[in-house]
Design a protein around this ligand. Structure first.
Ligand SMILES: Cc1ncc(C[n+]2csc(CCOP(=O)(O)OP(=O)(O)O)c2C)c(N)n1
Length: 574
């Protein structure tokens, strides 16, 4: 009996099915119409039609961040593919597993400046983990399987697969073979930490007098939160999380001392600056954490655990590098501790915690709410209350993002979804849509700003089509608040292009897409109207909260200073 033959387009869909894909986020166009036709003729995979390819990438990204699975994007050649670039860069910066299937003109036209021809592999080369040009029909299934494997394994990241039109058309057919259990000789990320390094790390940790655990997004992507929490409790060590690592340990856990870095807590940054041992777990010492690298934590011995060896000692020299998957290395640490006969210096520990508690009081009252004009921090605390701390919180980029990070203590990993590395405005709404697709029964909130929301507001239409009852909450300060804050603090208050002198009526806009809009502009109605919004379980509600436009995000590291050189209030340093 002869083997059944398939078109390349059918193979794409069959491969995705074999890889257990549920959703493709995309937008059609000439070069990928055969794939759309193949999608139409099956019902295992659902295609989600965005209104802009950038949004498709953020949806796939949000889906990947919430589930840990690979997010899948499909775009046509040329402008469809280039519209994905910002989303690919966003995923790359935060190590998010994503596969982007990009159409391409037929192979005989490549290089001819053909209609909708862009070298998308070339365009995205610096912002992908890897990319593939499919040049043979039979290669399609295994190329896609490899792309998935690369996207998810080791340090995750986006992988582009370019599919020329002639590989997809009905005239060309081939046999379908796929190996989903991929092994690659040329790519073998280190899994286990080297036993000698584990031993060194453990003896350094148990003799530390002023230890701190600094953990990042790697803890979230490795599903290692429970191990981190266990280690912190065993060592009785304080834990600080990066913006990407929030939720890695519960925000209410007694060992958690807050976020560190540019807008980190006073106690977290002071603890880092004065520590004798820093255990960095799945974090990369980026500039939003370190401030001036030459002044960074001069007295600390640094243990750095990361699956990506190029991240170790990239900006800050590690005394004890440990290459391996952070969950596996944490298991190794815990086993070593369980079998080691050790005694920690209890009085040193007590003194260290006492010192940290004193630093906690430094910032005192974090903000003051007076009168009816709502402070953005008050709004975030009200959102925390009404969602009982259980919602998935997606954010855009700006002051609202930092207020959300500071005032919504995240109970669990993957609950906080934001663009940390790239800082992509326009990320919040589509990312929230991806999360809602993954967890339709969960409350999903998008905390946004009046600037950011306008960068992908067209997706309100997609939310209607797919019935995604997200709560979009805009902390509306009538300005690009974070830009204005920098202009206040660094540019003598010269507000160059940080005010949008015309804003839409967001309530009417939401209504025009078929959703509900609620405006809140005084404190007395904040809790009640938020409760009304969240009671509308089956509706997308756009809540437009008028907040104090003069508020700044504090604490804030002082530029070029050490990690703990901070403004704690307007005009006051820690
Ligand atoms: C795509 C993109 N363009 C520009 C910026 C620079 N930027 C960072 S924060 C910000 C202001 C954001 O304003 P808004 O969304 O209203 O939030 P707010 O700071 O007022 O809370 C800008 C312009 C960015 N991060 N992303």
């Amino acid at each position: 009996m002869s083997e059944e033959l398939f078109t390349g387009a059918e193979m794409v869909v069959k491969a995705l099915s074999a890889l257990k894909v549920k959703y493709i986020f995309g937008y059609p166009g000439g070069s990928v119409l055969d794939i759309y036709d193949a999608i139409f003729q099956q019902d295992e995979i659902e295609h989600i039609l965005s209104r802009h390819e950038q949004a498709s990438t953020h949806m796939a990204d949000g889906y990947a961040r919430a589930t840990g699975d690979v997010g899948v994007v499909l775009a046509t050649s040329g402008p469809g593919a280039t519209n994905c670039v910002t989303g690919i860069a966003t995923a790359y910066m935060d190590s998010i597993p994503m596969v982007i299937l990009a159409g391409q003109v037929a192979t005989n036209l490549i290089g001819n400046d053909a209609f909708q021809e862009t070298d998308i592999v070339g365009c995205t080369r610096p912002i992908v983990k890897h990319s593939y040009n499919c040049r043979s029909l039979e290669d399609i299934p295994n190329t896609i399987a490899k792309a998935f494997y690369l996207a998810k394994s080791g340090r995750p990241g986006p992988v582009v697969v370019e599919l020329p039109k002639d590989m997809l058309i009905p005239q060309n057919k081939g046999a379908f073979h796929i190996t989903t259990d991929v092994k690659m000789r040329s790519y073998n990320p280190t899994v286990k930490g080297h036993p000698k390094q584990i031993k060194k790390a453990i003896s350094t940790l148990i003799t530390a007098k002023k230890p701190v655990i600094y953990s990042g997004g790697g803890i979230i992507s490795a599903n290692a939160s429970h191990l981190l929490t266990q280690l912190a409790e065993m060592l009785n060590a304080p834990v600080t999380n990066t913006l990407m690592g929030l939720g890695g340990i519960a925000g209410t856990h007694p060992n958690f001392i807050g976020m560190l870095g540019m807008h980190g807590s006073v106690e977290a940054n002071k603890t880092m600056a004065n520590a004798d041992v820093i255990l960095a777990l799945g974090a990369r010492f980026d500039d939003r954490v370190t401030n001036n690298v030459n002044k960074f934590c001069p007295n600390a011995k640094i243990i750095h655990v990361d699956v990506d060896p190029t991240s170790i000692s990239k900006t800050i020299n590690a005394h004890i590098p440990v290459v391996g998957l952070v969950d596996v290395v944490l298991e190794q640490f815990l086993t070593a501790l369980a079998t080691a006969n050790y005694q920690q210096d209890k009085s040193a520990q007590e003194a260290w915690w006492q010192q940290i508690d004193e630093w906690k009081t430094l910032q005192g009252e974090k903000y003051t709410q007076t009168g009816q004009l709502i402070k953005p921090q008050t709004a975030v605390e009200a959102i925390y209350k009404v969602t009982q701390g259980q919602a998935y919180v997606c954010s855009d980029v700006g002051q609202h993002q930092m207020f959300a990070a500071q005032y919504y203590p995240f109970a669990k990993p993957r609950q906080w979804i934001n663009s940390g590395g790239a800082g992509t405005m326009g990320f919040g709404l589509p990312a929230a849509m991806g999360v809602k697709m993954a967890f339709p029964e969960s409350e999903v909130v998008c905390i946004t700003g009046d600037g950011s929301i306008q960068m992908n507001i067209q997706e309100l239409s997609t939310c209607m089509q797919y019935n995604l009852p997200i709560k979009v909450i805009s902390l509306n300060n009538r300005s690009l608040g974070m830009v204005r804050q920098w202009q206040d603090m660094v540019y003598g208050g010269r507000h160059s292009s940080s005010y949008m002198e015309s804003l839409p009526d967001f309530i009417k806009l939401a209504e025009s897409y078929g959703h509900v809009g609620i405006k809140i502009d005084n404190l007395d109605e904040l809790d009640e109207k938020l409760a009304q919004a969240f009671a509308l379980k089956d509706k997308l509600v756009f809540v437009d909260i008028y907040v104090d436009e003069n508020e700044h995000v504090y604490p804030m590291q002082i530029r070029h200073g050490g990690v703990d050189d901070m403004w704690i209030r307007k005009g006051e340093k820690a």
